[in-house]
Design a protein around this ligand. Sequence first.
Ligand SMILES: *Cc1c(COP(=O)(O)O)cnc(C)c1O
Length: 485
Amino acid sequence: MDVEEFRKAGKAAIDHIADYYAGAIDSLPVNSLVQPGYLPPLLPDAPPEQGEDFSAITEDYHKLIMPGLTHWQHPEFMAYFPTASSFEAILGDLYALSIPTPGFNWTCSPAATELEIVVMDWAAKLLHLDPAFYNASGVGGGALQTTASDSALIAVVAARERFMALHADDPPNLANLVIYVSTQTHSLGLKAGKVLGLRVRALEVRAEDGYALRGETLSRALEEDKAAGNRPFVLIATVGTTSSGAVDSMAEIGNSLKSHPDVWLHVDAAWAGIALCCPETHDQLQLADLNLFMDSFCTNFHKWGLVNFDCSTLWVRDRKALTTALDITPPFLRTAQGDAGAIDYRNWHLALGRRFRSLKLWFALRGFGVEGFRKHIRHAIALNQTFAALVTKSELLELVTPPSLALSVIRLAPPNVAADALNGLNTALYARLSARPDVALTQTTLNGVFCIRVAIGSPRTTEENIRRTFDAIIEEAKVVLGELK
Ligand SMILES: *Cc1c(COP(=O)(O)O)cnc(C)c1O
């Protein structure tokens, strides 16, 4: 493809993308209808010997790939958590793709590092994080990561490094180190344990505490483990758990950790963290205690935050913990600027090279402004209140936990059905719902209770979309109940 062909094909691609968002997406089923193995028989089994015309390639994209897509930006996508998309971020990423730079050192492309330094501080301000986490503080700071799982892994590595340094005179045996999570922590906690070869202990949470981790549970575990010779060194707490949007009791956790200052507190707010842009969420999300107690914090702009995947933000209170853990400087990576103290972001993440992600975050922050972010978050929370009100009014459904921001956790609970029959009923209901092309929800269990999650958050979702999904649930619920009789 030469430059003139690129100009033409590029404009056509933008037109296709614009048409998709202008309405084509609405007429597509939110779920793909294909079956496993649909694609290989439709493709040659080796790359072509001669280069092909670009029009043939795009034609196949539309013909073969589109039908195999789940449309995460569809207004009726309410599974998992939303995955953000905005035109600003798409264009930011397009520019980033046009100037590939591996960004590992300041010198790789000074603008890439310096823009990330600035936009991470902008993002920290958007979310009202304490100034201790700003890059401008010179002590704490933030960097963009691929995902919340990477962010947590990095936090655990930094926590371990700090723990080993604090106990240099009595070096802990690695086999005794323990990562703390709760039973509601995302699988990223267990993943970090697997990757690092460390034990993970999942602390229990109770339904009556709204599935939030309590300080008492943490204190008891710490005493027990220390008495047994174990060395807990990090807690991954959650603001907005994946199953139910629970928020761990940060004040209690912070107070409990006062007696264990060598235990690092990482806060995983992958989904809910973005809502901190709205001051009215600060009590629910316990911002004051987060700012006081946490050592590191992660949220994903690529979930509910208007920036296309991937864009996970990680802040630490002490950047040295991070860079001591991850800095390896062979001669070929040394630079005068790095020696003089310029940020080399390779020491803030796992790999060496890194994408120029700050560009899309910058575009989105500027395009929407703080007010635009707030409006987006408030829109989804209001829609979820509408949805939750429909559930509360319905005879057949109930909320299993109070709605959390834009997430509702529900189940079928008709009158006159024995409690021990409800899991079976709901499993059947979910099986029917997930077989439909027009409904996208996720299942979960909370301490043994089978539930269905409804996660709202696409900017294009309207009240009509909410009602359609609600009606589909009721329709299938009636079928399931009919089958029972
Ligand atoms: C989605 C989610 C994750 C995982 O996010 P990745 O960025 O895909 O690793 C982790 N924790 C919570 C609370 C989440 O909601």
